[in-house]
Ligand binder design. Structure first.
Ligand SMILES: [Zn+2]
Length: 250
């Protein structure tokens, strides 16, 4: 991932999967939380970065009006727009799927290699892909890893089929806190990031030169900090803290 540019610590606009993806699709990528500047000015400046991302110019803050949504806007610029998502809460029946040419929920929640096989860049027209990976989400398991080895957290395990239900169904539970267990979970998430870092090379090899790639996260995750586990209905800086790196494939 470092091949793209310098990784930064940034802040997500939301703490849950679904609203965070909605924000990103309105052009609100994780921000730097700069001081001594009006927030609206900071947003405007951030948004102009789309000129660089799309290799164009003349994209203004006002360009998104009135839809305020990237897929129809990109379509108006001649893009084909696609989404391949891993998390069930982002499924094609949700409101997020607006203006995409294709939008698919993957069979497995944690198989980035399967997502990569879906990426096709024909070259006759520019393409935009939203790729949502799930390896870094609870239970932090890689494809092919036997379910028997997945971690079991009382109150969380058993809902992995409805991955975000523990956060979005109003059913946030307080798992029995076990510091050792949370450390193990954090280690599993780090391993998942390591796996993705490596798998990313395949993506870099697949896309044509001049493809602009942004890698970030929809929210952070707490592993026991100040008594919290997970993300969603948690008010803590760590739940907004995300990695951010972007750049062009040369
Ligand atoms: Zn999420």
């Amino acid at each position: 991932m470092r091949k793209l540019g310098k990784p930064e610590k940034r802040w997500s606009y939301a703490s849950w999967t679904s609203p965070s993806h909605f924000n990103m699709l309105t052009g609100l990528l994780p921000h730097q939380s700069p001081k001594k500047v009006y927030a609206s000015e900071s947003y405007r400046r951030d948004f102009l970065k789309f000129n660089e991302r799309l290799g164009g110019e003349g994209i203004k803050f006002e360009s998104l009006i009135p839809r305020l949504y990237l897929p129809p806007f990109l379509k108006s610029l001649g893009y084909k727009t696609h989404a391949r998502v891993s998390l069930p809460v982002l499924n094609p029946n949700t409101i997020l799927n607006d203006g995409f040419d294709s939008y698919k929920l993957m069979d497995a929640h944690n198989d980035f290699s399967a997502i990569l096989r879906e990426v096709q860049l024909p070259g006759e027209h520019p393409s935009f892909y939203l790729l949502n990976v799930g390896e870094t989400h609870y239970p932090y398991a890689l494809a092919g890893e036997s379910r028997e080895t997945w971690p079991t957290l009382h109150g969380v395990h058993g809902v992995f089929k409805h991955l975000d239900n523990h956060a979005v169904g109003g059913k946030i539970r307080r798992p029995a806190f076990n510091t050792g267990k949370l450390k193990e979970l954090r280690g599993r998430q780090v391993d998942a990031v390591r796996f993705l870092d490596k798998a990313m090379e395949q993506l870099f090899d697949t896309v044509p030169k001049n493809t602009y790639i942004t890698i970030t996260s929809d929210h952070g995750e707490l592993f026991g900090e100040d008594g919290y586990f997970g993300h969603g209905p948690i008010q803590h800086p760590k739940v907004f803290e995300v990695p951010f790196v972007e750049g062009k494939i040369r």
